[in-house]
Design a binder for this molecule. Structure first.
Ligand SMILES: Cc1cc2nc3c(=O)[nH]c(=O)nc-3n(C[C@H](O)[C@H](O)[C@H](O)COP(=O)(O)OP(=O)(O)OC[C@H]3O[C@@H](n4cnc5c(N)ncnc54)[C@H](O)[C@@H]3O)c2cc1C
Length: 282
């Protein structure tokens, strides 16, 4: 079991990982992508102390080089669920599970709102992990919301199990090819059913389905961890980065505005110190 699980590969997560390493902690660092897209996108960064004119791309390269030089590895996986399993947290990421005594959420500002019905049907037809839950849909009809091309191999795996797969790609040029797959170029807006998922609705029309897989780069904080208090999509945390759940800390854009590199990096540092104080009291 790890002392700390850090989730997110942006400046907050990088800062948390660097400080956890410097403080000799046993930690795992999980992130959807190796360098946050938000870092790479900035044309010029003018407000990061000591780096007056750096491009986002060079900043991203520098962050990566910093962690690599310290032997810190990012486990490139999207965490889809965090569960309090009695004095520890169990994290689900793809077909892997990790256990940690504390969790630091550095997941950025998640803009995507859950689809209506998504939270209600988690575990009853809504899944975030093809490899974990795909087998349950052998011979059935499913929908797959695919937010990124890099999840296409998971969609193809689902096509090999299910009888019919409706793929809803959120990008152009979906490359999924399978005889039983039908591409729908619309965003689903409602998931409905009685005890389990039965249908997925679009602005116009709906499809009957036994389940829906939602393959996104990020998961809303309160979907990731039930009971986590949020306000307008941001995790409520105090100055020590503590959330309402003991042993769970949050840093960076996910805690609210201003959305800035320096705030994210600063909070990543604070969160690690708070996690270590918490571990000392256990
Ligand atoms: C175009 C643009 C220009 C900007 N310019 C500036 C600027 O000049 N100066 C400035 O200070 N700020 C700037 N910003 C803001 C800055 O990018 C953010 O404040 C900063 O990246 C926040 O860092 P973070 O670590 O909190 O989150 P992010 O950088 O968003 O990183 C979060 C990471 O967590 C990962 N993640 C999320 N959920 C999960 C999950 N469930 N499992 C695994 N991984 C997950 C995401 O994939 C992502 O990589 C800019 C932003 C943009 C978009």
């Amino acid at each position: 079991m790890y002392d700390i699980a850090i989730i997110g590969g942006g400046p907050a997560g990088v800062s948390a990982a660097i400080n956890a390493k410097l403080l000799n902690k046993n930690f795992i660092w999980l992130g959807g992508v190796s360098v946050s897209k938000k870092v790479v996108l900035a044309e010029k960064i003018k407000n990061y102390p000591g780096l007056p004119d750096i491009s986002g791309e060079n900043f991203g390269t520098a962050l990566k080089a910093h962690t690599e030089s310290m032997g810190i590895e990012l486990t490139e996986k999207v965490v889809t669920g965090i569960y309090d399993t009695g004095g520890k947290y169990t994290l689900l990421a793809g077909d892997s599970e990790y256990e940690a005594k504390t969790v630091i959420l550095c997941i950025g500002a998640v803009n995507e709102k859950p689809i209506e019905g998504e939270n209600e049907f988690i575990g009853r037809g809504v899944s975030y992990c093809a490899t974990c839950d795909g087998f349950a849909y052998k011979g059935k009809t499913i929908g797959v919301l695919c937010a990124d091309k890099r999840f296409e191999h998971e969609v193809e795996y689902l096509c090999s199990l299910a009888e019919k797969v409706y793929v809803m790609p959120m990008y152009k040029n979906c490359g999924v090819k399978a005889e039983n797959c039908e591409i729908i170029l619309k965003k689903p807006h409602k998931i409905s059913g009685r005890l389990r998922v039965e249908s997925i609705a679009f602005d116009a029309g709906e499809i009957k389905a036994d389940g829906i897989f939602i393959l996104r780069n990020a998961v809303a904080a309160d979907t990731l961890l039930h009971g986590l208090k949020t306000e307008k999509g941001h995790i409520i945390s105090d100055k020590l980065c503590a959330t309402n759940i003991s042993g769970v800390f949050a840093a960076g854009d996910c805690t609210g505005r201003p959305y800035q590199y320096i705030k994210a990096a600063g909070e990543g540092n604070v969160a690690v110190h708070s996690a270590i104080d918490y571990l000392a009291k256990l």
